[in-house]
Design a protein around this ligand. Structure first.
Ligand code: UDP
Length: 240
């Protein structure tokens, strides 16, 4: 199956390799495209917020970020082939950047964080081009839009937190004219060394959410959406 539906949100059934292939197709085509990395919180938010829902409906690709989405796909009897975490997707893009000559622009995170992330990324992936960096606590964005349009990156990474980042991209996507835009949540914090990712064994065991909860107990309110999400998925299955 190419796509599966979870609580009315269409998720693309793609491996990481296939998402990378989609990125190259979008770059070749040149039309502005939005890639959303969907986790259970994003799907729950889409149920409450119609303008966010429109972002998911209009996105060119919606990938399954988060073990909760994989569990839901199995509960529904339409298992997705792979989890594609946003941070793994951007890491894979950075790995290919020098060879494929991708030009990036970063928007988001606290002042200084995206710069530190960019410096670390340049060290780790020599030859990568990051043509612009802008922190995510701006009031006015006209100058940012102009700068992006002028620098013409291939890939725009936006870290303003889920929901906000996708809405920001959607509203400006035609004006900025970047072929590929991706909402990347807390990824710049990780690349800057401000936040750590869970150890690999926890990632593999589907426990990354638990690690984030232990590191940031204030996320408990957000995490409680996961059981609510799975119950809603089960209820939707009974109805069909
Ligand atoms: N952020 C930002 N501007 C804002 C709100 C948030 O740049 O107005 C940044 C914040 O500094 C962090 C990222 O957005 O780097 C959100 O990280 P989080 O891990 O909370 O991502 P989420 O899980 O919401 O996608």
């Amino acid at each position: 199956m190419d796509k599966i539906s979870i609580l009315g949100v269409e998720i693309d059934n793609l491996s990481l390799e296939e998402v990378l292939g989609a990125v190259d197709r979008y770059l070749k085509k040149g039309d502005p495209s939005l890639i959303v990395t969907a986790n259970p919180e994003i799907i729950m938010l889409a149920r409450e917020d119609a303008s966010f829902r429109a972002c998911l409906d209009e996105a060119q690709t919606v990938v399954a970020d988060g073990i909760g989405i994989i569990i839901a796909s199995r509960l529904l009897g339409t298992p997705l082939k792979q989890r594609v975490a946003g941070i793994d997707l951007v890491t894979a893009l950075f790995e290919q950047a020098a060879k494929k000559k991708y030009r990036f622009y970063f928007v988001g995170a606290k002042p200084g964080v995206a710069e530190r992330a960019a410096a670390n990324i340049k060290d780790s992936y020599p030859g990568i081009e990051i043509v612009g960096i802008q922190h995510g606590y701006f009031q006015e964005d006209a100058a940012i839009i102009e700068d992006i349009a002028q620098k013409k990156p291939d890939i725009l990474l936006v870290a303003l937190g889920m929901g906000k980042q996708e809405k920001w991209i959607k509203k400006r996507i035609q004006k900025i004219g970047v072929p590929v835009s991706i909402g990347v949540g807390g990824s710049f914090d990780v690349f800057a060394g401000e936040a750590r990712r869970a150890p690999v064994w926890m990632q593999k065991a589907g426990l990354e959410w638990l690690y984030r909860l232990l590191k940031q107990p204030s996320r408990i309110g957000r995490m409680m959406k996961l059981p609510v999400f799975l119950l809603a998925v089960l209820a939707s299955k009974k109805k069909n």
